[in-house]
Design a protein. Sequence first.
Length: 337
Amino acid sequence: MYKRIVRPFLFFFSPEKSHYIALYALKFVTIIPGAKFLFKRIYHAQNPYTCMGITFPNRVGLAAGFDKNAQFYKSLKHLGFGFIEVGTVTPKAQPGNPQPRLFRLPKDKGLINRMGFNNDGLDTMIERLKSRPADLIVGGNIGKNKITPNEDATQDYILGLEALHPYVDYFTINVSSPNTPGLRALQEKEPLKELLKTLADKNKSFPNPKPLLLKIAPDMEDTQLDDIVEIVLELKLEGVIATNTTIDRSRLKTDAGEVEAIGAGGLSGMPVAEKSTHVVSYLAKKGKGLFTIVASGGIFTPEDAQAKIDAGADLVQVYTGFIYEGPAMVRRIADSL
């Protein structure tokens, strides 16, 4: 039904508008008496998996960016996700880049976004997370404000870590979005090591330190991935999320002129699948299983997810595949794993 009726209806609207139409509709449906019970029967998969000291109901999570402001996570919970990552959140609210900033590439089963960390800020997110369901695993994806220069970025990440610490189960440090000017420069070895060490030390100052994950780009050279492995092992971070969106536009089926007209932004979905799997495999081999790997990028089917697991991933996250395939994909993948 999703592909025949719901998706064509949603795709009639602009991508950003259809995103919120779908989420508000889900929020409304889940308050109807009996709906939650029905959703549980249809969508929930209980295949527990433990890593990072957390037992996940299943290995399929919702990637950051889908629920940027922790506004819909309680409704999304009923679609069977093993965990939901909210954010990216920045200390201060910011509008992000001008619209339109989200584009579909149906021929490639992809999306291009240049959202620019649009979010309501830490204070608003905290208020929404205070009523978090006890049985839901929530990750907090933190970033820096656009107006914060890179030399001051660490303070933005510290603010996110401190403010969200009581309300999330793990943290993702996002230095890999291509849509905040200069952000990916923080992936260079020395600034990255300094940032992560500061955050790791701050995390250890809490009575209950939370797992810290680093989210990286799929466009890194193997030598850069070597640096990532070295830093993660040295600082004893819990893991890496591989990967964010790509800036690569090669081998797309969509007309080159159409892609050029869209302009800048991160490409997600099927076009990033191969790059993401390579990064997962490389990290797994170099890391020798000493840290958790969460795979994200081009996961549409159980076979796609299994390819990431075979490459060395512990968990998977979906976003673009969820938009194209619909909610039934979550249980199909969770059951298969």
